[in-house]
Every structure is written in structure tokens, then in C-alpha cells.
Design a protein. Sequence first.
Length: 147
Amino acid sequence: MKLLALPFLLLSIGVHANPYSGVQVQSNVLNYIDAVSPTLYMLDACQSEEFMPIFLYSIEQTYKLALVHDAKGKRLVDSMWATHEYSMETNLRTSLMLVRQGLRNETTRPEVIEACAAMTKTVKNRFQWLYHIMKDAPSVPGYTWKG
């Protein structure tokens, strides 16, 4: 039911500055979230240090796509992220569960840590190259980029 109200709510965010219709903006935001969220969820499951700066960067990108100009718009975009997390595909949910269980199991822990490290390195390199995240990432108190 929440998703049905989103097009109408997005229409109220920066209507005059928005060159697109509210439906187009919502589509752009949801497409972006669909594209980056599996990687973010996996970084989180792997307990990667890169999760938070990349997650914050991704949220900032959705604010830009939604042409957010105020706290109300930010809350709306944040709710889209939260709604997406609850509606993720079964395969992704299963993969995340396997990673978390693998990290808790002494037998599989070394293999899962190795796989997570490889994925984290790949994601970090991709984000640095594509988005210059080192320069543009929002600051996280106590966090120093390890690039």
C-alpha cells in the first residue's frame, strides 16, 4: 500500500524544479535502488567497512535523482529504501542469510571471509572509478577512507 502512495508524494517534491513527471522521478529512484541495493545488502552481510560510505553515497544519489530539497523529501526517499529492503527477492534474501551463517560457522568462516574480501575490493574499486567516492562521499564520524 505504501508504494501506491509514492507517486503522489513524489509529485510534491520540487514540482517546479522538476523537469520530469513524478512518476518518472519515482521510476528513476526505484531503478537506482534496484541496481545498487543487492551490492549494498551483501556488503552489510559481509560486515564490510566499505558498506557505510558506499551506502551514504548511494542515498545521496537517490536524493539527487528525486530532486530532494527538504527534510520531507529526504524522509520519503529514505522510506523508499526501507520499503525496498523488505521486498527484496527470495534469492537475495537467501544469499544474505548464507553469508551471515557462513561467518558464524567456524568451518566455513575462512572461505566466506575470503569471498567477502574479494567482493569488497571489487566494489570499492568500482565505486572509486565510477563515482570518485573517495572525494565525494559524505563524511562519517570516525571513518577514514582506506583507499
